[in-house]
Write a protein that binds this ligand. Structure first.
Ligand code: 4AD
Length: 456
């Protein structure tokens, strides 16, 4: 039994888990007998021959049914998505013919395992909603079987795996912070609140504060967890539930934080592009993708404001940008697309950033903060140095109207051996939208959640 996607499939010995040597179907190995399981991805009838492309999640395989095998009722009525088992001999495809991995299975026996409907209920009718995105999202459980949607999911797995590999290479320890919390991190406006045994609790907006408490016993640490935001607007880069790759670094400077981010992002890309299967998928989905140049461009918030004014890109009120403005999504994207390379936008004013951020020692109106902006998507990372002085943190709670009571455990980090530290959060769906040139983060997660959608 073999997997469909292996370029040179190896026979897997059942039970032992050992793999035998590679197989070359063009030479001495031609005619190797195999048994495969999968679903009909495509079928094509040509005179007396039925070509079936099977799919099993590892890849695709062309199977050729001839003679009586092509004339049975099941063969004549075969529909897409029918699951089946086929046995036969593996051959290299004849010169001039094309098939996945340049090979085909000449069937001598098959069994249907589960038929799929045809006619009006055929999968092709369910997943072709003619530009109606809502219908496609209702049918996401079937859409995901398509070549593009499934490739995005497979690259997503590779990217998440690469983050884990890269972090471990760098000596980071993974921790698993809770999703149910009683503190906010990124402001009250986007909190999902829920009753919790007679108390009030929230779905976490970010695991940052918990990661900070791990630093003293793990050193540098990270997590890959869900974050939740009650975003009350529909945009192409906001979800209500997203996968947040977050890390904290101990005893560092702001510049250390920026160079770590470059190393991490490029290291993850190298791993994903170093794997032939995922590299081919990235190439198919985003043929123009290029590795970012290092170092990334650094730009201070005040320079971005000047840039936006010079390029006559107005703020949300239609006015020229000025110091203190939040740079909104559209303006940020215009700037990033024009500059067309990754940008570290740094030193945002205190008033538009979160309570925990370290002030810039040279200008106390500013924070040691960074957003990493990517062409076509905009912000994919938000990070900063953390305010690590006890008195400064107390002043920050006061400034933001936060009751320090619930934050006693966070405040204790400043009381029991504080340290200059910093960290960031990277939105996995945004990272993928950039890497795979997807218009929206709704297409880079398994089942998107956003205002008005919580199914399937
Ligand atoms: O900039 P944000 O809000 O920063 C934080 O949450 C920090 N506490 C993270 C940290 O320092 N540990 O979010 C970080 C990133 C954004 O850059 C974006 O990529 C993603 O999380 N993000 C979202 N992705 C999808 N949908 C949303 N609604 C998102 N909100 C933030």
């Amino acid at each position: 039994r073999i997997s469909l996607g292996e370029t040179r499939p190896e026979i897997v010995k059942l039970g032992s888990g050992e793999r035998s040597k590679e197989v070359d179907y063009s030479s001495s190995q031609r005619g190797t007998r195999v048994r495969v399981f999968g679903r009909v991805h495509r079928e094509r009838k040509q005179s007396q021959v039925l070509f079936v492309t099977l799919r099993d999640g590892h890849g695709y395989m062309q199977c050729v049914l001839t003679g009586n095998l092509a004339k049975t009722y099941d063969a004549l009525t075969l529909t897409r998505e029918t699951s089946m088992m086929i046995t036969g001999e593996m051959w290299e495809v004849p010169p001039g013919a094309h098939a996945p991995n340049n090979r085909e299975l000449h069937a001598d026996y098959y069994e249907i395992i589960g038929k799929a409907p045809g006619g009006d209920d055929a999968i092709t009718n369910k997943v072709q909603a003619q530009g109606d995105n809502q219908k496609l999202l209702d049918m996401r459980h079937l859409v995901l079987r398509g070549e593009k949607a499934s490739a995005v999911m497979i690259v997503r797995d590779a990217v998440e795996h690469a983050f884990n590999v890269k972090y471990h290479e760098l000596g980071y320890v993974k921790v698993a912070p809770p999703a149910l919390v009683q503190t906010q991190v990124e402001g009250g406006a986007t909190l999902f609140e829920l009753p919790y045994y007679g108390e009030k609790a929230y779905l976490t907006q970010s695991s940052q504060l918990y990661l900070e408490t791990a630093l003293p016993f793990t050193g540098n640490c990270y997590c890959i967890e869900k974050s939740f935001r009650a975003e009350k607007s529909l945009t192409r880069r906001h979800l209500s539930e997203y996968t947040h790759v977050e890390a904290e670094l101990d005893f560092i400077s702001f510049e250390d934080l920026l160079s770590h981010l470059e190393e991490l992002i490029c290291g993850v890309l190298e791993l994903v592009l170093g794997n032939p299967r995922t590299a081919a998928m990235v190439q198919d989905l985003n043929p123009k993708f290029q590795m970012p140049e290092r170092p990334f461009k650094r730009m201070r918030y005040t320079d971005a404001i000047d840039w936006l004014v010079e390029h006559e890109i107005p703020n949300e009120d239609g006015q020229p940008h000025s110091f203190g403005d939040d740079i909104a999504e559209a303006a940020e994207r215009k700037m990033t697309d024009t500059i067309n390379r990754p940008i570290f936008l740094t030193h945002f004013p205190l008033e538009i950033k979160s309570f925990y951020m370290q002030l810039d020692p040279e200008d106390k109106r500013l924070t040691e903060s960074v957003d990493c902006l990517m062409p076509t998507v905009g912000e994919i990372v938000g990070g900063s140095m953390r305010s690590y002085d006890y008195e400064e943190l107390m002043a920050a709670y006061k400034r933001e109207g936060i009751d320090p009571k619930e934050y006693y455990w966070y405040t204790d980090q400043r009381r029991y051996g504080t340290s200059p530290h910093g960290g960031y959060g990277l939105g996995l769906e945004r990272f993928l939208a950039w890497l795979l040139d997807q218009h929206t983060v709704r297409d880079t997660c398994f089942y998107p959640r956003y205002m008005g959608r919580c199914r399937p």
